[in-house]
Design a protein around this ligand. Structure first.
Ligand code: ADP
Ligand code: ZN
Length: 803
């Protein structure tokens, strides 16, 4: 028997290995195997099994690492597609996608059962070690004790002869007391056995449950454990423990309690369309466009309920972990906890592994999670929901750069499933798909119970200069509105997309700017820590009292971060209870929930935060939302800057007035006339779409073209410059060749806006064309033969980030 193995190394090849006889029963597609690779042993993934091979030099695998496969054949088809599309070797893609870290050796537990005469010395040693501990020991410890690396094969031999027993034992479960005693009926012995009444009753009760019961099921028996132990002695039953799979802690409810509601007519129509797609059995994509608070989540939940009722499964993607506590609370009101699996980057590897297996085994029927959940090994998948589909966190920028939103559509297409992309501010691409492609357009135009949309005020910050010509962080209008809100005992959210105190620190005498040593960016001053920190790497220094250049003591800074904003607000409103939510204040586990919980209970009057506060939260007493600077995103060097700004402003505006009182939004900007801001003011999505799509068409930007970005980086400044130039020449040569002439254009090479990050210099080369196939073929040819010393080339398909 031979297997095809994908190994996480930077090569597109997969490898053939032979499977020795003792492992044959264990091999299955989707399991991990330990294989010899050169002089090393590496973990690989079984992606195919066959009888024979033409290769003469195949080596044996060392061992099988999983007891259950991690994915099915269907899943593999999807993984292969993703790996190929995003230029990632399959082995690397699998190691990115699949839960890692836990292998069977650390779980295997062996105990001695008996002895024999004809044993090797090693086998005798094993039995002796096991015999010293009556309850046996984990394989790992046994291997350490005997100083041997791989005892598994030996143990299997002993197991076959009935001399030892082996079982997989989970490490300490995260949740205590979740292990349950179970009892299994053994075969009835030939000899009659004498039983007490209680023993007879207990046997009958287990029999009535198909020969398997939990102790908790035997409530009719008095003191069942004693009775069952007696039965076990008589060889009639076996007592064991179930393995309760570890789950992430169930978060408490935040915000409003979820009560089942009657759908309004628009929700009914939307749901009806989605259900039609689900029952059609063919690929059915749709966009659910509804303002925040219009009841989209309610529609998703109904669609999921229907999917499960049909015996099929669903994946529900949400952008960020900050969003999930509220949602999980809501879902667990509607579905049994055992049917929900949760996957996101905030859960530890052990929990992730268990959640994964719960999905793979088909026990979980709904998978909720952040972008990586799109890879969950869900069989019989009929519905994929992508909530807030426009959100940039669906795109992963590092390692395998994929878009979970795009992959959701691909996976639905492969499986003939329904996919619902939902948003208040759909991405331009998705909207365009509803006009030009087969995407259905569903819309919820009203807020639930006809709550009003907030009033949006735009403040021109050019008119807010003080006597020295400096722009104050807070306009008169915003200060006045905060005051009013506090008087009315309501809550405010203040949004600013920069953390820290001052974002620019420099010497007033020689103009020396404090910069990161690893990155081409200035350092941000964090006052409470007395530190200057880089936001692109972990570089940080104590804020020096003197200029390191000239020794001057006039250290100045400007640029507003959330920390400074919170301080300003404290000065203006000393009575108010103020909290800050950004990645500085939420680095510990559970801190999101703590802050949002306090907001929900009315313990915070003003919450200052970065984009973390713009998403998904539903707090009825927030009536004022202030956008401190709309210009941060508007001025990004990115063709999507206007789209991002419109989305962000509309989302953050949607946080206001979700209760009974209408909300107010104040947007501060130096560009009050910009269409992204004006269209936000009038809640005019269609208008924004028309403005933006016309521009994109003129400039042939997506969705009128596709792009692939190549990032050349390395630690040597000159090497990278030279490498980029070399790649540029090669790119031009191939582009003018017969295959590609006129089908695509190459922009660059140019230095990246972030010219250096973490000590690596960065250049990029952008390829643009109408047909993604041609682009793909082109980039493959460009990268595959390219030999550029001292540089790494990273390929980013459908890039979202041009920094
Ligand atoms: P969205 O996902 O569009 O932001 P939600 O589905 O979260 O909207 O709905 C907002 C609030 O309105 C939630 O508290 C939800 O329970 C409630 N809701 C949703 N649909 C209805 C309805 N038909 N009638 C009354 N309340 C509803
Ligand atoms: Zn840095």
């Amino acid at each position: 028997m031979f297997i095809e193995v994908a190994i996480p190394i930077p090569s597109d090849r997969t490898f053939t290995y032979a499977v020795p006889a003792e492992s044959r029963g264990d091999i299955a597609l989707g399991k991990r195997v330990l294989v010899p690779f050169g002089k090393r042993s590496l973990t690989g993934y079984v992606i195919g099994i066959r009888r024979s091979t033409d290769r003469k030099d195949t080596r044996d695998i060392i061992r099988v690492l999983d007891r259950e496969p991690l994915f099915h054949e269907e899943d593999l088809r999807f993984y292969r597609w993703a790996a190929d599309y995003y230029f990632t070797p399959l082995g690397k893609a699998l190691s990115e996608i699949l839960p890692g870290g836990i292998d069977i050796e650390s779980l295997l537990w062996a105990a001695k059962l008996g002895d024999a005469d004809d044993l090797t010395t090693l086998q005798q040693d094993i039995l002796e070690s096991l015999g010293r501990r009556s309850s046996g020991m984990p394989l790992r410890r046994l291997e350490n004790e005997l100083g041997k690396k791989t005892l598994l094969a030996e143990l299997r031999k002993l197991e076959k002869r009935g001399l030892i027993s082996m079982e997989e034992r989970m490490r300490k479960p995260a949740v205590k007391g979740r292990r349950e005693k179970i009892v299994t009926l053994l075969e009835t012995p030939v000899e009659p056995v004498k039983l007490t009444d209680r023993q007879g009753l207990a046997l009958a009760a287990v029999g009535a449950r198909g020969g398997n019961a939990r102790l908790a099921d035997l409530a009719e028996i008095n003191d069942p454990l004693t009775v069952l132990k007696a039965l076990e002695k008589k060889g009639l039953v076996r007592l064991g423990e179930t393995e309760t799979l570890r789950a992430p802690g169930t978060p408490g409810m935040i915000g409003r309690a979820d009560v089942p509601v009657r759908l309004n007519p628009e929700q009914e129509i939307a749901l009806g369309q989605i259900l039609k797609g689900i029952s059609s059995g063919v690929f059915s994509p749709c966009l659910l466009h509804g303002v925040t608070g219009s009841g989209k989540t309610e529609v998703y939940i109904r669609a999921i309920i229907e999917t499960l009722r049909r015996g099929e499964r669903a994946i529900y993607l949400v952008p960020e972990i900050a969003l999930t506590p509220q949602l999980i609370g809501r879902l667990s009101n509607r579905f049994p906890a055992g049917e929900i699996a949760v996957l996101h980057s905030g859960i530890g590897p052990a929990v992730r592994y268990d959640q994964w297996r719960k999905i793979q085994r088909g026990e979980a029927k709904i998978v909720v999670g952040a972008r990586s959940a799109i890879f969950a090994p869900v069989e019989n998948l009929r519905l994929i929901v992508v909530d807030e589909e426009h959100d940039s966190s669906y795109k992963q920028d590092e390692r395998m750069p994929y878009s979970a939103r795009d992959l959701a559509v691909v996976r639905a297409k492969q499986q003939g499933a329904a996919v619902v992309l939902g948003s208040a501010t759909p991405g331009l691409q998705t909207c365009y798909n509803t006009r030009e492609k087969e995407f259905a357009y569903l819309t919820l135009t009203k807020r639930v119970e006809n709550r009003e949309l907030p009033r949006v005020e735009v403040v021109d910050m050019k008119n807010e200069r003080d006597g020295y010509g400096r722009v104050r962080p807070l306009s008169r209008m915003l200060v006045e509105q905060i005051g009013r809100t506090l008087e009315a005992r309501k809550q405010c959210l203040l949004f600013l997309n920069r953390r820290g105190f001052n974002t620019y620190h420099y010497c007033g005498d020689c103009a020396h700017v404090f910069r990161c040593l690893n990155c081409a960016v200035s350092l941000t001053h964090h006052l409470s820590e007395g530190a200057l920190r880089c936001h692109y790497c972990d570089f940080s220094i104590k804020a020096p009292p003197l200029c390191p250049e000239c020794g001057g003591d006039r250290i100045l800074s400007y640029g507003l971060g959330t920390e400074k904003l919170a301080t300003e607000i404290e000065g203006l409103f000393p009575q108010a209870r103020i909290a800050r939510m950004d990645s500085d204040t939420t680095s510990t586990r559970g801190s999101h929930e703590r802050i949002l919980g306090a907001l929900g209970r009315g313990e915070i009057d003003i919450l200052v935060g970065t984009q973390m506060i713009t998403k998904g939260h539903d707090f009825p007493d927030v009536t004022l939302v202030g956008v401190v600077s709309a210009d941060t995103t508007l001025n990004m060097p990115d063709f999507r800057a206007a789209e991002r700004t419109f989305q962000l402003l509309t989302q953050v505006s949607g946080r206001g007035g979700r209760g009974d009182s209408p909300g107010t939004v104040v947007i501060q900007t130096l560009n009050p006339g910009h269409y992204a801001i004006q269209r936000t003011r009038t809640h005019d999505f269609t208008g924004f779409y028309e403005d933006e799509i016309a521009l994109r068409k003129d400039l042939a930007y997506p969705p009128f073209s596709r792009m692939i970005n190549l990032l050349v980086s390395g630690t040597g400044k000159e090497l990278v410059e030279k490498g980029a130039a070399l790649l540029g020449q090669r790119a031009a040569r191939i582009a003018s060749g017969i295959d590609f002439k006129g089908r695509l254009s190459v922009i660059g090479p140019m230095e990246a806006p972030l010219a250096k990050v973490r000590g690596r210099y960065r250049w990029q080369l952008l390829v643009r064309g109408k047909q993604v196939r041609a682009l793909h073929a082109y980039v493959r040819q460009l990268v595959e033969g390219a030999d550029i010393p001292g540089c790494e080339i990273r390929v980013d398909v459908d890039p979202m980030n041009f920094m």
